[in-house]
Design a protein around this ligand. Sequence first.
Ligand code: MN
Length: 227
Amino acid sequence: MSEFVIVPPAQPIVPVVGGGTFPVRRIFCVGRNYAAHAREMGGDPNREPPFFFTKPADAVISADNVPYPSATENLHHEMELVVAIGTGGSSIDASVALDHVYGYAAGVDLTRRDLQDEAKSLRRPWDMGKGFDASAPIGPIAAVTRIGHPSSGRIVLSVNDEVRQSGDLADMIWPVADVIAFLSRLVALQPGDLIYTGTPEGVGPVCRGEKVIGTIEGVGELAFTLA
Ligand code: MN
């Protein structure tokens, strides 16, 4: 019988604007939260309750180079506002939900669209389409004490300097407070949880060697090359 030495995994972290790091506990993502994107994915953008999926905590990556994942020929970018939870809670009321937010960041929900589409058509889970290694690029987290709570502002993603996605945070079907309220009825939120809050229209493929830049007005930006 062989012996194993199990080394405790490194704590996934995200840099904080002005210094320090934010330790990541879990990653939640909202499925559809902008009407035009819901339509482009064949959905109905009415206010049906938001739905959620997850990525592993160590899918976060804050680096100039993000590895192009295996097992896909159709990697898509989804530019999103990311909420960093600072105070936990269950069944949080929307009226106080923003008090639970530590800060915000610009992030990309990278998606193996071919695997996700296959999973959808076969009524299988999305995990391998969404939750792969390095599938959650993120910029530095700006604390609420620094930027407040952005409820509007341009959210833009470009690939090799060509704008692919352009929307406004004000167009979210469910604003951040409502997202926290819904999610905290499903799980007990804890400090370190990240919520990717959904993407505006214009999702599309990104290829090896291409440079992705995402900016959210009043929040920050991220930039990476698919290596
Ligand atoms: Mn997404």
